[in-house]
Structure formats: C-alpha cells, structure tokens
Design a protein around this ligand. Structure first.
Ligand code: PRP
Ligand code: ZN
Ligand code: MG
Length: 226
C-alpha cells in the first residue's frame, strides 16, 4: 500500500508538442508553480498540485508505479501501455479520464511513396517499424495479418530507407515528417489527442478532494473553450 500523500502530482511532457498547451491548461485552472532550478519538479503555489516534467513515453509508467497521480499524455502513449500490460497479463492501473482537445494526431500505417496500396492484406509477411508494438500488434491480429514488428523508440521514419523495415506505423500530425522521408499514410489505426490520465482506483487520502477540485476546474475551462 503506497504511503498517504497530501499533495497531487501531475506528470507533463518536459519538452515537445504537449508541454506548452498542457502547462497553459493547468495554469488556466488557477494553478501556479515555483520552479526548481533544474525545472524538473515544479512546486504548486496556489494549490497543493505539483508538476513533474518528464518524457511523454515515461508518463504511463510513472502513473503505474504511483510516482505521479495524474498525467497529461497522448492517448496513443496511454493505450500503448494498456495494450502491453494486457499482453503481459497485467491489470490496468490507469485510464483516460478526460480528453483535452489539443495535440490531435493519428497513428497511421505509412508506406513508401512508390507503393500502390491495396489494403491491409498487403502487409502479410512485411516488416513494420514502430514505437507502438502493442497497438500495432493488436490491430494486425484484428486484421488477421501476420507481419513482423520492428520496435524502435525514435526516428522510425528512416527505417525503410535503411532497409530495417518495409514500412512504418507512426504518429502523423502535419504529415511533414512522412513527406520528407518519401512515405505516404495509407491506413489509420487510431486517432489520438492529449488526455488527462489518472488512476483506476480512487484515492484513499486527501488527494481525492484535490482531484475533485482539479477535475471540476478542468471541466469548466474545457467547456469555455468549446
Ligand atoms: C511524432 C512522430 C513523427 C512526427 C510527425 O513525433 O513520431 O516523428 O511527430 O509529425 P508531423 O506529421 O507533423 O511531421 P513527436 O515529435 O511528436 O514525438 P516523439 O519525440 O515522442 O516521437
Ligand atoms: Zn515521445
Ligand atoms: Mg517522433
């Protein structure tokens, strides 16, 4: 049983597409922070709500380990961890609480420009590079396609040119990265955006009340945006 805590800790991306909007959203909930010198931990001033600035891919693990209470992360990252836990027979410990309306993107299958796309069956026996082996594996199984998955943590788009894979499955936002690597999107596997991720089980200490306050404020701010 984790020790009782009297402050809420939210993990957000340290640098990248979601960092500024995530921080701005929390600030518009009336939160503010006194930054530490290294800026990895921000101590909440107006409310006992602290920030931890981390790599987005680490956020599901920090939630699972109970190091953080909430996280702002792409649905794709959260669902990938859920798929990997399910495949390993582990129970789900965190879930999507609220979609946040920014950071929209797609997880797409992308093939070399020269390919003529005929549908998922064309992937049979091919090697697909991705940072999302759990989500891709689930989708391939659903399609009844047997393909090889090459797991890479970054620079996935270059794998076909290096001969490491035949095609890729990666996030697409503007499409500029694919175009720059002579690849084209042919099939969407999931639609994603930034979400608030939190625990499946309710808090047994004061964090329960802090969480309610945070969720009420977030809900109010997001309503105004619509
Ligand atoms: C994603 C993805 C591509 C890029 C696509 O990475 O992996 O590299 O964005 O965006 P585009 O369609 O606008 O060119 P991102 O930098 O978001 O995150 P990562 O560092 O976690 O891979
Ligand atoms: Zn990332
Ligand atoms: Mg990337």
């Amino acid at each position: 049983v984790p020790a009782a805590r009297d402050r809420l800790r939210i993990a957000i991306q340290k640098s990248g597409r979601l960092s500024d909007p995530a921080r701005a959203l929390l600030a518009s909930c009336g939160l503010s922070w006194r930054e530490s010198r290294d800026k990895l931990f921000c101590y909440g001033e107006t409310a006992p709500v602290d920030l931890l600035l981390v790599r987005d891919d680490d956020i599901p693990g920090l939630l699972a380990d109970g190091v953080c209470d909430y996280g702002i992360v792409g649905r794709n990252v959260l669902e990938e961890q859920a798929a990997e836990r399910a495949a390993a027979g582990k129970p789900q410990v965190s879930k999507e609480i609220l979609p946040l309306g920014f950071g929209g993107c797609r997880l797409d299958i992308a093939v070399p420009d020269a390919w003529e796309w005929e549908g998922p069956q064309q992937l049979q026996g091919k090697r697909i590079a991705t940072s999302y082996p759990g989500l891709l594996g689930k989708w391939l199984a659903g399609q009844g396609v047997d393909a090889g998955i090459v797991t890479l943590s970054g620079s996935v788009e270059i794998a076909p040119r290096l001969g490491q894979a035949d095609l890729i499955c990666d996030l697409v936002s503007s499409g500029a990265t694919l175009a720059a690597n002579q690849l084209k999107p042919v099939q969407t596997i999931m639609r994603s955006e930034a979400v608030l991720a939190g625990p499946v089980q309710p808090f047994a200490d004061i964090r329960g009340e802090l969480a309610q306050l945070l969720l009420r404020r977030l809900d109010g701010v997001l309503r105004l945006k619509d």
